[in-house]
Design a protein around this ligand. Structure first.
Ligand code: BQF
Length: 292
C-alpha cells in the first residue's frame, strides 16, 4: 500500500507555477491576479479562502479577497460580480461556495464571465469540458487526474467507480475519467444516494473515487484488494485522540480500508491541496490567454 501524498505533489506543482510566474514577470508580462469573493463567516469557507490567498502569495500570483456580510442581497452580489468581470487587472475570480440560502448559486455562477471563471462552474465551461474543448477544468476533479498521473497510476481501460453526483465533484469527475485522454480512458460507473447494491458496485472498482459527503462511509468490505482509492470527503469530527478535540476525516474509513489498497489518498493532505493547485493553474491560464 502506498499513500498518495497530495501535499508533496502540490508543493512540486506550486514550484512549477512559481517558476512560470517569475518567467512571465521577467518577460515584462502581466502578473496573474486572482480575486476571491467570500460571503458571510462560515469557518470552513474562511479557511478555504485563506488557503487560496496564501497559495497565491507562495507562487507570486497577485490576490485580492473581497468580503461581504451574509446579509448582502443577491442583486448586490451580482453587482460585485459585474465589477470583477469589468476589472481589467483581475484575470480570474471565484465566489466561495456555499452561499447563504437567500442567494441563488445558479444566478451567481451564470453571471461570472466564462473567461474569468477559474472554478470552471459556468454552464459554458461545463459544456466545454463535456465536449473536451480547452477550458477551465473544475479544481477538484482536475487535481485528482493530476495526482493519479504524477503517480503514474494506470487508468486506461480500468473500471473507475465515482460515488457522488454533485456538480462540483462527482459529475465532472466521471466526465474527466471517461475522456479519450492519456490519464483517463476509464470505464466509469457513477453511484449516488439512490444506487441499489452500492457495495456490489464499489467492489468492482479498480479506481474508487468517493465524494458523497458522509464521514467514513466506505468500509473495508466495500473495496477490492489492490484498488486505488481517492477520498474527496472532508469532515471535522469530535475526537478524543487530538489536543484540539477534533480531527479531519474523509468519506473513507481510512484505517481499515488502507491495508487493502494499492494506493490511497489521506485526509487531510490528499485531494485538498491539489484542488488549490488547479485553481492556481487556471488563474495562470486565464492571464496568459487574455494577454496572448
Ligand atoms: C488538505 C471544499 C467542501 C465544500 C466547499 C487542503 C483544502 C482542503 C483540505 C481546501 C473545499 C475542500 C475547498 C486540504 C477548498 C478543498 O490539506 O487536506 C486544502 O482548501 N479545499 C473549497 O474551497 O470549498 C469547499 C469542501
Amino acid at each position: 500500500m502506498e499513500i498518495i501524498d497530495g501535499k508533496k505533489i502540490s508543493a512540486q506543482v506550486k514550484q512549477e507555477i512559481a517558476d512560470e510566474v517569475s518567467r512571465m514577470a521577467n518577460e515584462g508580462k502581466k502578473i496573474p491576479h486572482l480575486a476571491a469573493v467570500l460571503v458571510g463567516n462560515d469557518p470552513a469557507s474562511e479557511t478555504y479562502v485563506a488557503s487560496k490567498v496564501k497559495a497565491c502569495q507562495a507562487v507570486g500570483i497577485k490576490s485580492s479577497e473581497l468580503r461581504y456580510s451574509s446579509d448582502i442581497t443577491e442583486e448586490q452580489l451580482l453587482e460585485v460580480i459585474d465589477k470583477l468581470n469589468a476589472d481589467e487587472d483581475v484575470d480570474g475570480f471565484i465566489v466561495q461556495l456555499p452561499l447563504p440560502k437567500h442567494i441563488s448559486e445558479e444566478n451567481v455562477l451564470n453571471r461570472i464571465s466564462p473567461d474569468k471563471d477559474v472554478d470552471g462552474f459556468h454552464p459554458c465551461n461545463v459544456g466545454r469540458m463535456v465536449l473536451g474543448l480547452p477550458t477551465f477544468l473544475p479544481a477538484t476533479p482536475a487535481g485528482i487526474v493530476e495526482l493519479l498521473s504524477r503517480y503514474n497510476i494506470e487508468t486506461e481501460g480500468k473500471h473507475c467507480v465515482v460515488v457522488g453526483r454533485s456538480n462540483i465533484v462527482g459529475t465532472p469527475m466521471s466526465v474527466l475519467m471517461s475522456r479519450k485522454a492519456k490519464h483517463a480512458n476509464c470505464t466509469v460507473t457513477m453511484c449516488h444516494s439512490r444506487t441499489q447494491n452500492l457495495k456490489e458496485i464499489t467492489l468492482q472498482a479498480d479506481i474508487l473515487i468517493v465524494a458523497m459527503g458522509v464521514p467514513r462511509f466506505i468500509k473495508a468490505d466495500m473495496v477490492k484488494e489492490g484498488a486505488v482509492v481517492v477520498d474527496v470527503g472532508i469532515h471535522r469530527i469530535p475526537s478524543d485522540k487530538t489536543k484540539s478535540g477534533w480531527q479531519l476525516v474523509g468519506d473513507v474509513d481510512f484505517e481499515h480500508v488502507a491495508p487493502k489498497c494499492a494506493y490511497i489518498t489521506p485526509v487531510p493532505g490528499g485531494v485538498g491541496p491539489m484542488t488549490i493547485v488547479t485553481l492556481l493553474k487556471n488563474t495562470l491560464l486565464a492571464c496568459s490567454r487574455k494577454h496572448a
